[in-house]
Design a protein around this ligand. Structure first.
Ligand code: B12
Length: 297
């Protein structure tokens, strides 16, 4: 079953896949999920519901976690003074759609061999994608909270699939955090989102750009990759082979004035397929204005 799944995943374009150990998931969930999750406007459902796979689907008997690498480096312009930065998570096509299609292909093949019903989640599920991936043995949770895979690093989008048939997990989760004492992610965050108390999303630049909250110090106009850029695990990590996650130099580092003056049609043409499109043109413009103001441009 496991080998069949791995082969189906390879053909469909998933870089990592594993069967979730649901008992392990239950035990780690309550230990690591913070109660303040309910503050996040992004989420439906109560804290207790987020701990319980059965509250998502009563008939769940098994679960699969998978990931697709989106690691792609585009060397910035020599002169970045008039430009903003778009995070890698918004390069190319919207990862929600790309990963969902990959999962559908996997499950089409899998369910023809092992008949089952299934539900696919990419970001949208109330269960934590990171913890599902961890409980499937796909990596460890770094000090920056990311699921880090030894081959692909942290630039890996995650998703999970619930099934109504039993799946034998038989995995060996990486029990400890494999981070060294480098603490580069913690030190690099300009607003100090990481502290002794853990991660505070309210000080996370990615969160701020997604809410268009005025922030400073960086040039990010959508998302933020600072805590991943400095991670040693990403230095040697494999790059993406998925053409959906590539973009141009101009779209990765757009001129701030171009964004501020851009019309709806232009936005749809340039960023309409990207994962930043859900926030719309207004957010991008507000963030570009904010970067200009803070940099006295
Ligand atoms: C809400 C959300 C956000 C919020 C809050 C982020 C946060 N850290 O909580 C905001 C808008 C800030 C955000 C930003 C980003 N996000 Co986001 N986000 C989510 C979402 C939808 C829910 C996350 C959630 O529940 N967070 C609450 C905390 C409580 O849970 P958690 O993140 O799963 O992390 C837990 C584990 O790390 C665990 N833990 C800690 N130590 C240990 C140790 C062990 C042993 C174990 C088992 C667990 C454990 O405890 C954490 C809870 O405290 C998920 C998709 C999903 N449905 O899961 C994507 C997700 C986490 N985001 C993702 C990405 C890519 C990003 C950005 C990089 C995008 C960008 N470039 O700007 C940034 C990174 C910000 C950051 N430093 O985390 C990816 C992460 C992939 C990965 N390899 O880890 C996910 C999984 C989306 C996906 N489907 O791929 N995001």
């Amino acid at each position: 079953m496991k080998t069949f799944l791995e082969n189906a995943a390879r053909k469909a374009g998933a870089d990592i896949i594993g069967i979730v150990d649901l008992n392990l998931l239950k035990s780690i969930h309550s230990q690591y999920l913070k109660k303040d999750i309910n503050d996040l406007a992004f989420f439906k459902g109560s804290f207790s519901e987020r701990l319980d796979p059965e509250s998502v689907w009563r008939e769940i008997k098994g679960a699969i976690a998978f990931g697709v690498c989106y690691n792609m480096h585009i060397e910035p312009f020599k002169d970045m003074s008039e430009r903003g930065i778009i995070s890698k998570c918004a390069y190319g096509k919207d990862y929600h759609i790309v990963l969902k299609k990959i999962a559908e292909r996997i499950m089409h093949e899998f369910s023809s061999e092992f008949p089952c019903r299934y539900k696919i989640f990419v970001d949208t599920g109330r269960l934590s994608d990171r913890m599902m991936a961890y409980a499937a043995g796909l990596g460890f949770i770094g000090k920056n909270g990311f699921l880090i895979n030894e081959k692909y690093g942290s630039y890996i989008f995650l998703g999970h699939i619930l099934t109504d048939i039993n799946l034998e997990a038989n995995i060996q989760p990486i029990s400890s955090c494999l981070c060294t004492k480098c603490n580069k992610c913690i030190k690099a965050c300009p607003l100090g989102a990481y502290s002794e108390k853990g991660f505070d999303y309210k000080n996370c630049i990615s969160y701020m750009t997604q809410k268009a909250i005025p922030y400073n110090k960086t040039r990010y106009i959508y998302g933020c990759d600072i805590c991943q850029e400095v991670c040693p695990y990403n230095e040697t990590a494999q790059k993406t082979t998925n053409i959906n996650f590539t973009t141009s130099l101009e779209l990765a580092y757009p001129e701030l004035d171009f964004i501020i003056e851009m019309g709806e049609d232009e936005f749809n043409k340039k960023y309409g397929d990207s994962s930043l499109a859900w926030r719309g043109i207004k957010y991008l413009k507000k963030n570009a204005l904010c970067v200009k103001q803070h940099n006295n441009l």
